[in-house]
Design a binder for this molecule. Structure first.
Ligand SMILES: NC(=O)C1=CN([C@@H]2O[C@H](COP(=O)(O)OP(=O)(O)OC[C@H]3O[C@@H](n4cnc5c(N)ncnc54)[C@H](OP(=O)(O)O)[C@@H]3O)[C@@H](O)[C@H]2O)C=CC1
Ligand SMILES: O=C(O)/C=C\C(=O)CC(=O)O
Length: 354
């Protein structure tokens, strides 16, 4: 086995049906006494329930979390936390809400208790993303890694099937890229393959029956593993493309990942054969690129960038931006080939056989 480094991330995880009831204990364990509860407007009722569970340890609720964390929202939330004298944030929601908690932690070092309600996996990473002037800036900062994560499958039960499907494939994308990461290692690759297997097997059950607690639990387990992979190793062309498309064209995050992933895999299919074999094994033998495409289609996910608001005349610009300061990738990043990838994703074409 080749030499590698592996560093586990310092956090505590509670997983299971009813785990939400432990939120006050997690805040207390951090030594915090005044938690700002973060959410989106639509999930305010969930946040107010968390505040009730926190009792005297609740400082208030801030309900303006938004996708891609606009800097204006981040700065307003930072002021609210300071004005309330918050000494902790509790983020209940998807990656947008957890991302807001990270933006507050970046400048205040307030610890985060993350309560994910999608499969995005942000709770497991020290990665932040903040959007300013139409460009999304991402980076790694130990201060933004949540101190505690509460996974309660009941909280994903209200996810609309389309969101559950695409958020699950967002998680699969983390694991796919972890398998061919420049700093890939056997431990994370084991987690990545298991993550893809668990998600590919459970997402059809979640979409068919959102109330299936066992399916939700299996999907959340897969998302946890995927998030841990994303937090532990570097990403490649697929995540670079999605950050470019998300930040510059403000496309819906999980749908964008779902549409682009099969094409990113196809781009790398001959440059990372071992990774492709592990994706295929996790899919039960299907070829990696077309297997992910077929899974997404079976889940009823959108399959074309054209259908989620990508302007046709933006493709060349996207290819140009995505190839500036590119992430590591197993295959060399060539702008013309990336533009072809984006055109296939724009049209929603099924990747050709390997
Ligand atoms: N830093 C990191 O490591 C990572 C960051 N991200 C970031 O996170 C964001 C994407 O995360 P994602 O979770 O996909 O997006 P959101 O948090 O925006 O959630 C996606 C959608 O799901 C809805 N939703 C969430 N939870 C529920 C629920 N329990 N019931 C019903 N609807 C629900 C939201 O509705 P509503 O908005 O109305 O609440 C929203 O419409 C992006 O900004 C991305 O960049 C993603 C992965 C990793
Ligand atoms: O954009 C961020 O907040 C940082 C990372 C991610 O979104 C990972 C991903 O693209 O799913």
């Amino acid at each position: 086995m080749k030499a590698f480094t592996y560093q586990s991330l310092p956090m505590r995880v509670i997983f299971g049906e009813g785990a939400l009831a432990g939120v006050a204990g997690e805040v207390e364990r951090l030594g915090a006494r005044s938690a700002l509860v973060l959410c989106t407007e639509a999930q305010r009722a969930s946040a107010e329930n968390v505040a009730r569970l926190l009792g005297q340890r609740a400082a208030g609720v801030y309900d303006k979390a938004q996708m891609h964390v606009p800097i204006e929202t981040a700065e307003e939330a930072r002021h609210v936390a300071a004005d309330l004298g918050a000494d902790c944030c509790v983020a209940i929601g998807g990656g947008s809400t957890i991302g807001l908690g990270k933006a507050i932690a970046m400048t205040s070092e307030l610890p985060i208790v993350a309560i994910p309600t999608t499969f995005a996996g942000s709770e497991m990473t020290p990665i932040y993303g903040i959007t300013e002037g139409g460009l999304k800036r991402t980076g790694r900062d130990a201060r933004v890694l949540p101190a505690s994560v509460i996974y309660d499958p009941a909280l994903t039960a209200t996810l609309p099937p389309r969101i559950a499907a695409t958020s699950g494939i967002n998680a699969i994308a983390h694991s796919v890229e972890a398998l061919y990461a420049q700093d890939a290692n056997p431990i994370i690759s084991l987690m990545a393959e298991e993550s893809i297997r668990a998600l590919a097997a459970s997402l059809p059950r979640v979409v068919a029956n959102p109330g299936d607690a066992g399916a939700a639990s299996d999907a959340l387990y897969g998302a946890w593993l995927a998030g841990a992979c994303l937090g532990a190793v570097g990403m490649a062309i697929h995540h670079k493309l999605c950050h470019t498309l998300g930040g510059t064209f403000n496309l819906p995050h999980a749908e964008m990942h779902t549409i682009v992933l099969p094409h990113s895999i196809a781009y790398n299919r001959h440059a990372a054969p071992e990774a492709m074999a592990r994706v295929s094994a996790a899919l039960g033998g299907a070829e990696a690129a077309s297997g992910i495409y077929d899974l997404a289609e079976r889940l009823g996910a959108p399959m074309a960038l054209a259908d989620i608001g990508m302007p046709a005349d933006g493709l060349a610009r996207a290819a140009e931006l995505a190839t500036q300061n590119p992430y590591y990738n197993p295959r060399p990043i060539e702008q013309a080939a990336i533009l072809e990838l984006l055109r296939d994703a724009y049209a929603g074409r099924r990747p050709p056989p390997a």
